[in-house]
Design a protein around this ligand. Structure first.
Ligand code: FBP
Length: 673
């Protein structure tokens, strides 16, 4: 057992002030406003008007309050969706708080996610189990799964399970879709007296809650910090690698589904040379096109947002600029969901979702089952795409890309049709987004090589000339001697350095003396080959979900668990446990209950509009993104100086407070103050 493992078992996270006493109570916090969706009002009538609740320490409870608070309870807990570091501490916090209130309270853990609830598979959580998993990553204690409780039948089975175990409360630890589940279960189980509480989990960082006026209630879901720190650490190692053997562009796809929060945090942590932020690409406006259209008295819709080809040009431009100073290496960070923000792909995905959805409603078998049996899959896809194109009217979006589907590589054509999960989410992690983009980049770089704009693969040429011959003043030009090292035409003035020294230095760098084509006043000519454009692909995703939690996530989740117990003990349902002021120091953290129903909106899933918890995307106006935008030219470092990479520390409970919370939170907090 490693030292870190031992430390994790005994580490006791700090408790918020609200949990310092024996009892907690809740008070309604007024002033927060939410625009409620009509459909949510209709489908969730009994929890839509829930208030925001603050948990506080109750030091003088009345006798009947004490009695209720300390009654024996039977609580079920389930992990739902992808693992996120800190989940075990939610259980630990809930367990410690519940057992402190009444040592006879029983907590059941449902096995393998919502399937465990539907099928009634659970284990009683014991002190030994909790102690074994304190402060550790993953969801291995009770496992997880992605099933959606979306039919009357599954709902009825879930109710039967709650009755079978005699539950008075059910806790759902999950992302946006799982908290959507929690809201529907809370509404349906009201009549059975089962309280349902959600917990905001996901490494993607896309559960952030603000009210309509932008006041932050929950700045970040748990697991984000640990995953981002893990990714950043490994990507920063690639920064070191590429600047050592100077031959690769490391292309790093980073998890996060649609939102680019993880990529943004990684950019701030590592200063990688190029980081794409999907939300930024969607925000792009081509001013020249707009101006031209205005002159012509028309409107050009293609001026808004970025196309796939345009994106590949942006990356090429950055690569060429580094190559111009001899840097044929670097690190590119690509969020896994970036293609959602590309005009034509987004329209495409929605249309295909509709076609798949329609197919499933009108056929006996499911689309993907039939698709797998097809002999000529590609032909079928093309026909689908034609139909999709006609319906989507691609010509409005981008006339040049109207044949997009035939343009994209076959593996991506099939990738677009991969099976959606039970919530209707597109499986971004399974699609090699980075290869789609980099194939276009490589094609375009080849064109630039032909045009002589990208100097890769051709010879670097060094001319050696005496200053006197060039008629230059050595005192003035001397300091510029090696300044432009790495550029393809470099003038060396041998009066400032001995020809022997210069020859051996150029030879050491791989240059070959070529005196046959010496032009005009040049005395010697050297040539040097630059290696080809080479890439290495990496995916940072599943590893981050299994990371051990940072001190921030250990503390956050332990307090979330205690918050869950306070909400249950105080009679709440349809609420999500949260901690306010995560972006500030621990002393300012305040445990809350946030109503889930008002956070829901209608979203396209499987070709239909469904009521789901609204995901939070990167706000391109917020300071975290603005900082990256302001610094990206410096991080691209298309100059001859060294790169400005940053080395984040590895995750360890022994580490001091450096980066004790996500940098994005720290930066965005400036805007909220
Ligand atoms: P959650 O939304 O359930 O937390 O999942 C997060 C995530 O890790 C995404 O970043 C990723 O796109 C997805 O899960 C991968 O899903 P799967 O585990 O089904 O491959």
């Amino acid at each position: 057992v490693s030292r870190e493992e031992t430390l994790r078992k005994s580490f006791q996270p700090e408790r918020c002030e609200a949990f310092a006493g024996a009892y907690t109570a809740v008070r309604t916090v007024s002033g927060f406003k939410f625009k409620k969706n009509r459909e949510a009002e209709k489908q969730l009538p009994d929890i839509i008007d829930n208030p925001v609740q603050q948990i506080y320490r109750e030091d003088a409870p009345a006798e009947d309050f004490k009695e209720k608070y300390c009654r024996k309870q039977t609580i079920g807990i389930v992990f739902s969706g992808g693992p996120a570091p800190g989940g075990h501490n939610v259980i630990a916090g809930l367990f410690d708080a519940a057992r402190a209130a009444n040592p006879e309270t029983v907590i059941y853990g449902f096995i393998l996610g919502p399937d465990g609830v539907i099928e009634g598979e659970a284990v009683e959580i014991t002190p030994e189990m909790v102690n074994n998993y304190r402060n550790t990553g993953g969801f291995s204690m009770i496992k997880t799964g992605r099933t959606k409780i979306d039919t009357q039948e599954k709902m009825a089975l879930s109710k039967t399970t709650c009755a079978k175990y005699g539950l008075n409360a059910l806790v759902i630890v999950g992302g946006d879709d799982s908290n959507t589940n929690a809201a529907f279960l809370a509404q349906a189980m009201l009549e059975d007296g089962v309280q349902v509480i959600g917990v905001p989990k996901t490494i993607d960082g896309d559960i952030q809650v603000r009210d309509d006026e932008g006041r932050v209630l929950c700045a970040m879901s748990f697991g984000f910090h640990s995953a981002a720190r893990g990714f950043a650490r490994q990507i920063s190692n690639l920064c070191t690698d590429c600047s050592s053997d100077v031959k690769y562009w490391h292309v790093c796809k980073v998890m996060g589904r649609v939102a680019s929060h993880l990529a943004l945090e990684v950019a701030l942590q590592t200063h990688a040379n190029i980081t794409l932020i999907g939300e930024d690409l969607a925000d792009y406006v081509d001013q020249r096109r707009l101006d031209a259209a205005e002159k012509a008295g028309t409107i050009d819709y293609t001026a808004y947002g970025m196309t796939l080809r345009h994106l590949s040009r942006v990356i090429c431009d950055a690569i060429v600029r580094r190559a111009a100073v001899g840097k044929n290496y670097g690190v590119i960070v690509i969020p896994e969901g970036v293609l959602e923000f590309i005009n034509e792909i987004q329209v495409f995905i929605i249309k295909l979702n509709t076609i798949i959805g329609e197919y499933n409603y009108t056929h006996d078998t499911d689309f993907h089952t039939d698709f797998l049996l097809l002999e000529d899959k590609l032909d079928y896809l093309r026909r689908l795409a034609r139909r999709s194109r006609e319906e989507a009217d691609f010509s409005v979006w981008n006339t040049r890309d109207d044949d997009l589907f035939n343009d994209i590589p076959p593996f991506f054509q099939e990738g677009l049709l991969m099976e959606r999960d039970s919530h209707g989410n597109f499986p971004f992690s399974q699609v090699e987004t980075e290869r789609v983009i980099m194939e276009l980049v490589t094609d375009y770089l080849e064109r630039l090589i032909e045009q002589g704009e990208y100097k890769i693969g051709i010879k670097n040429v060094y001319y050696v000339q005496t200053m006197q011959k060039a008629g230059m003043d050595p005192d003035y030009y001397g300091p510029f001697l090696f300044r432009n090292w790495g550029q393809d035409y470099l003038l060396f003035h041998v009066s400032m350095i001995s020809l022997k020294t210069l020859t051996s230095e150029l030879t050491r760098q791989g240059a070959i003396l070529d005196n046959e084509k010496v032009p005009g006043p040049i005395e010697k000519l050297f040539k040097k080959s630059i290696p080809k454009f080479k890439t290495q692909y990496h995916f940072y995703g599943y590893d981050g979900r299994g990371n051990d939690p940072t001190t921030f996530d250990c503390t956050y989740t332990y307090n979330l668990g205690m918050t869950v117990f306070s909400l249950i003990a105080n009679g709440a349902t349809g609420q999500m446990a949260a901690i306010k002021n995560l972006e500030k120091g621990f002393a300012k953290w305040v445990p809350l209950g946030i109503p889930i129903a008002p956070l829901m909106h209608l979203e396209e899933r499987k070709g239909r509009l469904e009521l789901v918890l609204e995901k939070s995307l990167v706000d391109v106006r917020a300071p975290a993104f603005q900082a990256v935008k302001a610094l990206r030219a410096a991080w691209l470092c298309a100059r001859s100086e060294d790169d400005h990479f940053r080395k984040p520390a590895p995750i360890s409970l022994e580490a001091t407070t450096e980066e004790d919370r996500p940098l994005t939170l720290t930066l965005n907090a400036f805007a909220d103050e």
